[in-house]
Design a protein around this ligand. Structure first.
Ligand SMILES: NC(=O)C1=CN([C@@H]2O[C@H](COP(=O)(O)OP(=O)(O)OC[C@H]3O[C@@H](n4cnc5c(N)ncnc54)[C@H](O)[C@@H]3O)[C@@H](O)[C@H]2O)[C@H](O)CC1
Ligand SMILES: [K+]
Length: 505
């Protein structure tokens, strides 16, 4: 068993693949072995998390997830921990493994109660063994009441395999849990599942632990993963210290940020978005960074030519950019003006990041979408960085539909546009055609502040400009962007400008 960290690239398996692996393991292991291992692992973790618990309450459901809880209760009882089990199964409908664990727990003298214990304190522990990968509908009735009791208490919660109600494939939860009052932990069993790390997964799971139940050794052939957590298949871009001594700024690629619309007609200016992306590219090591503000007619309005916040950045008119030689980051604060320049950008730029209003423009034009696909045929690199609403516009669906299955949304877009897609949000999904997507393990809610998406786009641009392929560029950038937020000093506010300045090559 180990705690999953942001350093651990890990294959993630779907529920269907997990079932197949479970089935294969059961063919070669003695009956009940997997559940015994699961229960022992759960009991060990429970003891480690709450060594001084006065009460360990195990809420056990009607299937094998409940069986894991019953098995864990038996060990905790043997270790003198006085567990209390509330079980809501029906004996005649129990699967054989869970039935066996029920008998073992009863025979051991574990205390059963129909009422959840009152007065749970911070040193106590609740174990959620209600539903695992067999959940078919949202919890209701007594089960929902027990869950509410658990999450309203001051005690820590340890969920076995999957937090009850969470879709292990997608991370969607019809009734999201309330904000945690105490630490949450999840011990996922046999396989790590993608839904634990995206959409509602991160909030529902808290810290995730993994025990493979010793099964891989028993399996004949590995199941292909549905996704990777933190896949970093390519070496990161070498840090600045590894650059040759005889370097010059032309060695690291030029990035042009095209966006930051100033519209006299609409009375709006979004230059800040372009500056943030440019600042990110600069601090992430791009050789030369241009900012190309747009206006109604595709050329900058005078206001956009005000001094840039960082003197290292250079202003360029769109018509003065050498599109065939640069990496473009297009769309940050692009407004409607981006529509006029997008066809030329798509045609000419060898490396391109499409963000925000560039994505909105694509969504409105099948011709532009075809132009994105054409880029791949010509060997040009394209990365799109939509948030869920932008992804929904591209897919012709809604943001909530995208959030219900973020992996599928990102995969579909990547296949449709033949490009790398970075679907932002809790558990950013990075998808590329023909390979399992990656879920980024870093980042937190402090990134939910204006401009951080522009910073990510600029960072990916810098990585592309340095010569990275789009997939590792996107994975590595998402990782670094989130890791900075994870390491941010607790008492300092996180702003996008400061985030950009803390990026490193
Ligand atoms: N994967 C493994 O190798 C191992 C899995 N273990 C554990 O077993 C569960 C999966 O068990 P299963 O019996 O298939 O499913 P569940 O326990 O999640 O529940 C199925 C059970 O619940 C009923 N049900 C479904 N939804 C609801 C609902 N909303 N309300 C009430 N009842 C519901 C359904 O009809 C079934 O009766 C896995 O997650 C692991 O925890 C092994 O023990 C170790 C190996
Ligand atoms: K559970």
């Amino acid at each position: 068993m180990f705690r999953i960290t942001r350093q651990t690239p890990l294959p993630l398996h779907s529920v269907a693949a997990t079932r197949r692996m479970e089935h294969a393991a059961m063919q070669v292991l003695a009956a009940h072995t997997l559940m015994q291992r699961a229960g022992l692992a759960a009991a060990r973790l429970a003891l480690a998390l709450a060594p001084h618990a006065r009460v360990i309450w195990l809420a056990c459901g009607p299937g094998n997830n409940g069986g894991d809880g019953l098995e864990a209760a038996m060990h905790l009882h043997a270790w003198g921990m006085r567990p209390v089990v509330s079980w809501l199964g029906e004996e005649e409908r129990l699967p054989p493994d869970a039935r066996c664990s029920l008998q073992r727990a009863r025979a051991a003298g574990v205390l059963f109660t129909d009422e959840p214990p009152a007065g749970l304190s911070a040193q106590d522990l609740c174990v959620d063994a209600l539903l695992g990968i067999g959940a078919t509908r949202p919890p209701e009735g007594r089960m929902a009441g027990w869950l509410a009791h658990m999450h309203a208490s001051a005690a820590r919660v340890l969920a076995l395999d999957v937090p009850t109600g969470l879709n292990a494939d997608t991370g969607h939860m019809a009734q999201p849990l309330p904000a945690p009052r105490a630490e949450r932990h999840t011990l996922t069993l046999l396989t790590a599942k993608p839904g634990l790390f995206t959409a509602h997964g991160r909030d529902a799971c808290g810290t995730v632990w993994f025990d493979d139940l010793g099964a891989p050794a028993a399996l004949p052939a590995g199941e292909p993963p549905a996704a990777w957590l933190g896949a970093q298949p390519a070496a990161p871009v070498p840090p600045a210290a590894c650059r040759p001594h005889a370097s010059h700024k032309g060695c690291f690629g030029d990035v042009a940020v095209i966006g930051g619309e100033c519209s006299a007609a609409r009375g709006t200016a979004m230059t800040g978005a372009a500056w943030l992306a440019a600042s990110a590219a600069l601090h992430a090591g791009a050789g030369r960074v241009y900012v190309c503000p747009l206006a109604d007619a595709g050329e900058p309005a005078p206001a956009a030519w005000a001094a840039l916040p960082e003197p290292e950045l250079m202003l360029r008119r769109f018509s003065a950019l050498e599109l065939r030689a640069i990496t473009a980051v297009c769309g940050c604060g692009g407004g409607q003006a981006v529509q006029a320049v997008l066809p030329a950008v798509l045609r000419a730029c060898p490396r391109l990041v499409l963000d925000a209003d560039a994505i909105n423009a694509l969504a409105a034009s099948t011709a532009l979408q075809a132009a994105v696909r054409q880029r791949s045929a010509e060997g040009h690199a394209t990365v799109l960085t939509p948030h869920p609403l932008e992804a929904a516009r591209l897919l012709g669906s809604s943001a909530s539909a995208v959030q219900q299955d973020r992996l599928a949304a990102a995969r579909t877009l990547a296949a449709r546009l033949d490009a790398v897609v970075v679907l932002k949000g809790s558990g950013t999904v990075i998808a590329a055609p023909g390979q399992p997507p990656c879920i980024n393990p870093t980042g937190n809610a402090r990134l939910a502040t204006p401009g951080t998406g522009d910073v990510l786009a600029g960072l990916i641009g810098a990585r592309l400009a340095a010569g990275a392929h789009p997939w590792p560029a996107a994975c590595q950038a998402a990782w670094q962007h989130g890791a900075l937020a994870d390491d941010w000093p607790a008492l300092q506010s996180l702003t996008a400008g400061e985030l950009a300045r803390r990026l490193r090559p």
